[in-house]
Design a protein around this ligand. Structure first.
Ligand SMILES: [Mg+2]
Ligand SMILES: [Zn+2]
Length: 161
């Protein structure tokens, strides 16, 4: 199975510089859906890998994260695509230490195991050094882009390699 792992904030939805957990704050990054469609049509599935430390900090609840997740899934379905799964780390360093918060790789490892995915069939697109480190620690080809920027060029590049 070919999979694109996607960070959420800054890649799928606009990174606002503060936590996005309210529906009215949710905005999709320009060209994201068009870019995803290129991958989807090339046979890739999507899995979200996202740190949501605001849960540990008590700023919002897991329920609110799942509400946003639902909207993102619906948005993909409306474009004829599908988000296969999403993994969220609810922890925050110093409040609850864990093995899943990126740059740690447990969320990726779980996703690979759950769907029996081979590392070499995957890509990870993120906007933070933490994303790249998490991917690279499992030898997943990882690409860093600027938060909230279009990944259309990158997608075309990767698919035409
Ligand atoms: Mg991000
Ligand atoms: Zn965690």
């Amino acid at each position: 199975m070919k999979v694109v792992f996607l960070d959420r904030d800054g890649i799928i939805n606009v990174e606002r510089g503060e936590y996005t957990f309210k529906i009215e704050d949710l905005k999709i990054v320009p060209d994201l859906l068009e870019s995803a469609l290129l991958f989807y049509n090339a046979g890739y599935k999507f899995i979200i890998i996202s740190n949501q430390g605001g849960i540990s900090k008590g700023i919002y609840s897991k329920k609110e994260v799942l509400q946003i997740d639902n909207i993102l899934r619906k948005t993909f379905v409306e474009k004829g695509m599908e988000i296969l799964d999403s993994f969220y780390c609810p922890h925050y360093d110093g409040i609850e230490n864990c093995l899943c918060r990126k740059p740690k790789s447990l969320m990726l490892e779980k996703a690979l195991a759950k769907y029996d995915i081979q590392n070499e069939d995957t890509l990870f697109i993120g906007d933070s050094e933490r994303d790249r480190k998490a991917g690279e620690s499992l030898s997943i080809k990882s690409y860093l882009v600027k938060a909230n920027s279009s990944i259309l060029k990158l997608s075309n590049l990767l698919l035409n390699e």
